[in-house]
Design a protein around this ligand. Structure first.
Ligand SMILES: NC(=O)c1ccc[n+]([C@@H]2O[C@H](COP(=O)([O-])OP(=O)(O)OC[C@H]3O[C@@H](n4cnc5c(N)ncnc54)[C@H](O)[C@@H]3O)[C@@H](O)[C@H]2O)c1
Length: 706
């Protein structure tokens, strides 16, 4: 028996229905393209057909191009030919979309003559966020359908839009309520009845009103703002301008050239690297392939503070009931009040409905003791950062939690193995390090101890999917991956402030380079006191450097805790998100510099970047060498998804190779000569790689071969 074809052709009265079925998400693989070519060829044998309806089976229309083909030879020409055949079809071709149509998935519909969609369908052209431009006709057909301005706005936004909005944009002709196949057939029959002919995008012209020089200028400025340090928006504009100027076939060749040009840009390489790196993190060599995680149907959270509330929201958002425990009714009310307000603002912004809010709040239950936790499949502790307290709590959880429940700590700095030893089941104990705000930040560091079982690891990695987190598996070490690398980065930023660089000078340099927020502004946001408390509690772990994190100490001593006190490295005004320079902060830091013997100096932008980023990357090599993470790209995921490192620079490990490992090593050595070895010792692995001329990937391969 032969397998069912990927694309099936059925005659329904006088409509030829092409149904594609390529589970799970109808990716446009080589097989799908071949199937479609074949299906189009079969139409010739159906003289009674008056129109063609293209549908996909399963959860979605063509979700997108095959990302596995990214690294192979260019496929644009093949797409172009297939879409040309579709568009040149003598019968009207109707595309009926449902689910999510992104990139190539949306572009294929643009080559059809009419487009209809389920109201819940979503569609978009996210290529620019990967540093590339749409390469399957999107830059040529979309402007013809909706105008140059809207087409570029859609590309710049990157995010998919909902079907009703697509109707407003003008590239979806109608919404089909109810059963899509039946509704689409009826719609197509009506089209035939009205005698509608094929409506080929190639025969349309871009509306000149949407493509004036002034509009392109505005869009170019918008592109620079939305995509700083990147050339991809200007390539997209160039492609759209070709659509205005040239016939479709010629415009497509321009698009092809620009798409291939975009793929080799460093920004595209960095973004694509991160895109794939995020898909790798759940793969754990050594875990049996058939190992199943445990089912998670109920959750518990200990502590209704900043983190506990956000974590509870993650579960409620996933439809998992969660019990939140705190010590007093007051703490509970305060914590759940914050959650309620967070959902309230999501309703206000139109992100969820009031009903949805009520449903999610209904999944969160407050409690003052552990009696409700006996049915929880996972319990996450998020109380104050105190080893004694956490051990006490884990000891108590050991008594109430059901066998096999995952017991997790959200600790940022404490030894998870020691916490695990407070229980009789260390195999079930793991770190789940969320980032603030926990309901928003995608990163989840999953910290395993030597005792954590494979099943627990699998369970947590699987759980990260419904709670919408990107997990990165790490071994126990101080600061895990992200905060450990942050140590040198922030240390130098503070040190430069002591040397007389203004906070704005430091932060501007970092932000201009691409960090989401300068590190000193981050301290103000997170609370200068939070950092100081961690440092005071862990003083024994830090090097004997009198200037170490002393800018923080100076501000802290003056009660400048950052945004929450209206003053920190900067000054803040109520109801105003701007940060203002503050001579008082500069004076406090300068006085501290004098007291600890740091001499003033001038800083170039380059020095600021090097002194912040080199120690950050250097520590990454140590983390890799020690086997704290499974692979270098996991470090890149930590920094791009949790610390505002620009995705288009690929993450610290990717960036180290982009600038050259030798450049990094030489820089470390240069600063070691200038500032001494205490903070500037190059990582052994970095030295070794430069000496042997190997790349990180080569080293990883040789290591796994051992
Ligand atoms: N705030 C952050 O940015 C952040 C980020 C990652 C991890 N963490 C870690 O998460 C944990 C919590 O931090 P936070 O910022 O949410 O603290 P928080 O002070 O906002 O909240 C702690 C909560 O725990 C409650 N609590 C204290 N003892 C308790 C007990 N015995 N039983 C039940 N509840 C108890 C407190 O009443 C309070 O509501 C810490 O381990 C912290 O290191 C914090």
């Amino acid at each position: 028996m032969s397998a069912a074809p990927i694309a099936r052709v059925d005659l329904e009265g006088d409509i030829a229905v092409i149904t594609v079925n390529n589970p799970p998400v109808n990716t446009i693989t080589a097989g799908v393209r071949a199937g479609l070519r074949d299906a189009l060829a079969q139409l010739a044998a159906l003289p009674q057909a008056r129109a063609v309806l293209l549908l996909c089976e399963g959860s979605t229309w063509f979700s997108g191009a095959d990302i596995g083909e990214f690294s192979g030879p260019p496929k644009e020409a093949e797409y172009r030919e297939l879409f040309r055949q579709l568009e040149q079809c003598k019968l009207p071709v109707v595309a009926a979309l449902h689910g999510t149509a992104l990139g190539g998935g949306l572009e294929i519909s643009l080559a059809c003559h009419y487009r209809i969609a389920a109201p819940s369908a979503r569609m978009g052209l996210p290529e620019l966020t990967l540093g590339i431009i749409p390469g399957a006709g999107g830059t040529q057909r979309m402007p013809r359908l909706i105008g140059a301005e809207k087409a570029l706005e859609l590309m710049f936004a990157g995010r998919p839009i909902e079907a009703p909005q697509a109707v407003e944009y003008g590239f979806i002709d109608a919404l089909i309520e109810g059963d899509l196949r039946a509704g689409a057939l009826a719609w197509t029959r009506e089209l035939v009845k009205q005698g509608k002919a094929p409506r080929r995008t190639s025969e349309m012209k871009v509306d000149p009103v949407t493509a004036t020089p002034a509009l392109f200028e505005r869009l170019a400025a918008q592109g620079r703002k939305l995509f700083p340090n990147r050339t991809v928006p200007s390539l997209a504009i160039e492609a759209v301008q070709a659509a205005v100027r040239l016939p479709l076939e010629e415009g497509l060749l321009v698009e092809d050239k620009l798409a291939n040009q975009s793929k080799v840009l460093p920004e595209a390489k960095g973004s694509i690297h991160v895109f794939f790196a995020e898909r790798e993190t759940r793969k754990v060599p050594g875990l049996p392939a058939d190992l199943k995680g445990r089912r998670i149907e109920r959750a518990g959270v200990i502590g209704a503070g900043t983190m506990g509330g956000g974590i509870a929201m993650c579960f409620a958002n996933a439809g998992i009931p969660v019990t939140v425990v705190d010590t007093t009714q007051e703490a509970l009310d305060r914590g759940l009040g914050v959650v309620d307000r967070n959902y309230g603002s999501m309703v206000k912004r139109g992100r969820i409905t009031a009903d949805e809010k009520a449903k999610r709040m209904g999944l969160i239950q407050g409690a003052l003791d552990y009696s409700g936790l006996g049915t929880a499949d996972v319990i996450i502790e998020a109380v104050f950062e105190s080893m004694d307290l956490k051990k006490k709590i884990f000891g108590a959880l050991d008594k109430v939690a059901k066998p096999g429940a995952v017991l997790a700590s959200n600790t940022s700095t404490l030894d998870v193995a020691e916490i695990a030893r407070a229980t009789s089941r260390p195999q079930d104990v793991v770190g789940m390090h969320f980032f603030s705000p926990a309901n928003v930040m995608p990163l989840l560091e999953v910290v395993r101890t030597d005792a954590t079982s494979a099943e627990t690891i699998r369970t947590v990695l699987d759980l990260s999917r419904p709670i919408k987190k990107t997990p990165v598996l790490a071994k126990v070490c101080y600061g895990f991956v992200g905060n450990r690398m942050m140590e040198g980065y922030a240390r130098e930023a503070q040190r430069m402030a002591l040397e007389g660089a203004t906070p704005r000078q430091v932060d501007d340099a970092l932000e201009k380079w691409g960090m989401a927020m300068g590190i000193l502004a981050v301290f103000d946001m997170a609370g200068v006191d939070v950092g100081v408390n961690v440092h005071k509690a862990n003083a024994d772990k830090y090097p004997p450097d009198p200037a170490y994190y002393q800018a923080d100490m100076a501000l802290h001593a003056a009660g400048r805790f950052g945004q929450k006190t209206g003053k920190g490295y900067y000054q803040y005004k109520p109801g105003d998100r701007n940060r203002y320079d503050d001579p008082e902060a500069l004076a406090l830091i300068a006085a501290k510099a004098k007291a600890v013997g740091v001499a003033p100096r001038q800083h170039t932008e380059q020095e600021i970047l090097e002194r912040c980023l080199y120690p950050l990357m250097n520590e990454g090599f140590r983390i890799l060498e020690e086997g704290v993470v499974l692979r270098a790209s996991d470090i890149d995921v930590v920094w791009t998804s949790g610390y505002g490192f620009p995705r288009y620079r690929g993450g610290p490990m990717f960036y180290a190779e982009a600038i050259g490992l030798k450049t990094l090593l030489d820089g470390m050595v240069r600063y070691r000569e200038q500032f001494g070895p205490m903070h500037w010792e190059p990582a052994k692995l970095l030295v070794e790689l430069v000496k042997s001329g190997r790349s990180v990937a080569e080293w990883e391969r040789s290591r796994s071969a051992k």
